[in-house]
Write a protein that binds this ligand. Structure first.
Ligand SMILES: Cc1cc2nc3c(=O)[nH]c(=O)nc-3n(C[C@H](O)[C@H](O)[C@H](O)COP(=O)(O)O)c2cc1C
Length: 281
């Protein structure tokens, strides 16, 4: 990793108000170069991340973000194929990019709802096989406006659920402590700090030996849009977990084999399992 992931995760906050100045050509190039290096551990190759120039950003934010964003220097789009794996993979790659951009001292915010799909789909020349999941503005963070402070209050953006509501040991009735998580505790804490749509924090994780099973917690039957948001949220969580472990030189891989934990709540949906890479004898 060519930046400090843990620092970037702790540093990142949604930024919706920017200084009115364009990105330097050098920063824009760094971001484009980084986008070209992105991949995901789920074998999905449908993710596409285009970046716009400032001219589109100028008219785009007035027409396209309903006043939520002010003075962005550029916009970046997140497009992918229609499968569930593609959506999780897209969440993973885009969050890695967001963390990289944070490490450059710039601001971003995931926008999955408050932007004009029509306008940005046209700007990003969306293909028939693609869906536009989200966009982010990019720019130099400025002092928050009232509308932004209100949005943060409504979404309770500065709070996160405690460990005992998110992380479990062996089954859903036993809490996981940082002591028991050992070397993996920091990566779990980095999941806890992750952004999620309306700060829902839908990730639930069960440790089973040295494996970690990831679930999405639904409260009630989700709408199609909510379902997509939860899959993106999960991609973000898997990104934080995986990159945090990699930064501690702990390698692993993701598989999809439901462990069928007996006391799993009906509304929870199994997504993936992380297991460590066996070191060669
Ligand atoms: C998938 C996703 C979609 C989001 N969509 C929007 C959006 O449409 N509008 C908005 O203002 N914020 C949006 N957010 C930002 C969240 O509200 C924000 O991440 C959360 O409240 C936590 O705050 P933080 O990012 O400052 O930690 C979205 C976040 C995620 C992860």
């Amino acid at each position: 990793m060519d930046f400090n992931v843990i620092e970037a995760i702790k540093e990142r906050r949604s930024v919706r108000t920017f200084e009115e100045k364009p990105l330097t050509a050098e920063l824009k190039q760094q971001i484009s170069d980084y986008i070209a290096t992105l991949s995901n551990p789920f074998g999905d190759d449908t993710v596409r991340i285009p970046i716009t120039d400032r001219r589109l950003a100028d008219s785009g934010e007035k027409l396209g973000t309903y006043g939520v964003v002010k003075d962005a220097s550029a916009f970046i789009g997140l497009l992918c194929g229609r499968s569930e794996t593609s959506i999780v993979a897209a969440g993973y790659e885009f969050e890695q990019l967001i963390l990289y951009i944070t490490s450059l001292g710039l601001g971003t915010v995931w926008l999955g709802a408050t932007f004009s799909r029509k306008k940005f789909s046209a700007a990003f020349k969306i293909k028939k096989t693609e869906q536009l999941l989200a966009i982010t503005p990019v720019g130099y963070p400025a002092k928050k406006r009232l509308v932004e402070r209100l949005l943060r209050t409504v979404a309770r953006s500065d709070t996160r659920l405690p460990w005992n509501e998110l992380f479990f040991n062996e089954n859903f009735s036993t809490q996981l402590t940082a002591d028991v998580a050992g070397d993996h505790a920091e990566a779990l804490e980095m999941v806890r700090l992750a952004p999620s749509a309306t700060n829902t924090q839908p990730w639930r994780i069960v440790k089973n030996g040295d494996r970690y099973h990831f679930y999405i917690a639904f409260k009630e039957k989700p709408s199609d849009d909510e379902y997509i948001f939860r899959l993106i949220d999960m991609g973000i969580a898997l990104c934080h977990f995986d990159l945090s472990l990699k930064s501690a030189n702990i390698e692993g891989q993701f598989t999809h084999v439901d462990p069928n934990i007996p006391d799993c709540p009906i509304a929870y949906r199994y997504v993936a399992t992380w297991s460590p890479t066996e070191s060669p004898e």
